[in-house]
Structures are given as structure tokens and as C-alpha cells.
Ligand binder design. Sequence first.
Ligand SMILES: Nc1ncnc2c1ncn2[C@@H]1O[C@H](COP(=O)(O)OP(=O)(O)OP(=O)(O)O)[C@@H](O)[C@H]1O
Ligand SMILES: [Mg+2]
Length: 247
Amino acid sequence: MTDTSTVLPALRVDGLAKRFTLHHQGGVELPVLEGVSLEAFRGECVALDGPSGAGKSTLLKLIYANYRATAGSIRVRRESASAEVEVTRADARTLLALRRDTIGYVSQFLRTVPRVGALDVVAEPLLVGGEADTSALREAHRKAQELLLRLRIPQRLWHVPPATFSGGEQQRINIARSFIRSWPILLLDEPTASLDADNCSTVASLIDEARARGAAVIGIFHDARVRERVATKVIDMERFQPRPGSR
Ligand SMILES: Nc1ncnc2c1ncn2[C@@H]1O[C@H](COP(=O)(O)OP(=O)(O)OP(=O)(O)O)[C@@H](O)[C@H]1O
Ligand SMILES: [Mg+2]
């Protein structure tokens, strides 16, 4: 039997459009994206490029189903199922399952949990779903420590809740949390925005390692050098700007 995993894309976007309706502005319509079509295969890192306001973050949120598409389709292949999921029409249960086992999303901001230390915040994605036994807990902490070391989080902070961390420290906690799992599809919204050169280089290595494990990575990288370093394909989002007068 042919292994279809490298033949079929992990993610297919076709004719996708997004228009926001501003309810507090008398229902004004704001067209942001139109005719977005792209594919991402396992082992690829697709970079979304384009000026501020071009709809790059909006596209990641549409794929993660934080936003509802106005038109078009987003098809995702789930590891555990042979059929693709149509994200734009999936019910809540399917979306939760997708976020549990298929799509990881790194937003620019860490949602901190009060009173939970950095090490546990990073380990948590490995421990979701039921009671973890001692060996699973130990293994999750070992991986979390490895990532915290690689991302240069000083050991004195490992048991401190990240709420008071600096912007760059919080971002690195967020990155560690997302890379601790082997997501089949990983969405990265400016993961290196407030990082120094050494940490940018670590994130680039983490992306390479995720690709080598078979992840399809779709990311936004404001720094052109980072983008050139990690991307296997660059998508110019200006192609998908709505035409003047379109609604
Ligand atoms: N929830 C929302 N409601 C209304 N408009 C929105 C919403 N989210 C995004 N927009 C609008 O959509 C457009 C695209 O925003 P988006 O955040 O996707 O841009 P971006 O390409 O990620 O820009 P940047 O590089 O600055 O992060 C902007 O004009 C923004 O105001
Ligand atoms: Mg953005």
C-alpha cells in the first residue's frame, strides 16, 4: 500500500475569504481576505509574508477555527482518521478533537495560569486527558526542562508562575509549551518577535526538528532573516487582498 502521508497535503485551503462585520459600527463590513488557496505538506514550513494588516494572523486563526470563514474551504488531515476534516463546517466536538491531536497554535501571547510554575505550564500539553501516572509526569518534566534549558530560561524561574516574566521570557515559555508535543500541523504567529539572536536561532532549530518529525509548519516571521532560514515555501499574502469595492 502506498503511504499517502507525504503525497496528500496535511492542510489544504481553497478559495478562502474572510470579511469581518463590525457590529459596533452599524454593521460595517471589512473585507480582509479573498481567494486564499494554499497547501502545506508534512515536512514543509510555509511562511506567510506581507505587510502589517494583510491578514496573516487572520489566516492562522481561520485555520485554527478561532474565526469563521466567510467563504471557501480549509481541509485538514487528521492523524487518527482517514478522511479529511472540513474545518469551516466542523462541529464543536470535531474542532476540539483537532486542537487536541492535530493542530498546535502558538499565538504571540502566553495565556498565563495563576499559581502554576513555568515548568508545569510547559509540561501540561503532554499531560492532558486523564490522570498522568508518575512515569508520564517524570517524562513530561524531563522534556520541559530540556526545552527550558535550550530556550535559556534561568533555572531560578522554573518554579515561578510566568505571569510576571518579561515579554521575551513569556514568549519562550509559549514556544516551549508548543514544541513539547509533536503536532502534525503547527501554526506559529511571530514566534520570534521579541527574542534575541541566540533564542531566534534555537526556535529555528526547533522548527527544523518539528519538520524532520513530519510536521507541516505554517508560520509568520516578521524578521526576514529568520524567514529565509526556516521557510521551505513563502506565500505572498498581498495576492489575497480583496479587490476594491468587493464585499
Ligand atoms: N476580530 C476582528 N474584528 C475586526 N477586524 C479584524 C479582526 N481581526 C483582524 N481584523 C482586521 O483584519 C485585518 C488583518 O489583520 P491581521 O491581524 O490578520 O493582520 P496581520 O497581517 O497579521 O498584521 P500584523 O503584521 O500587523 O500582525 C486588519 O485590518 C484588522 O484590523
Ligand atoms: Mg499578525
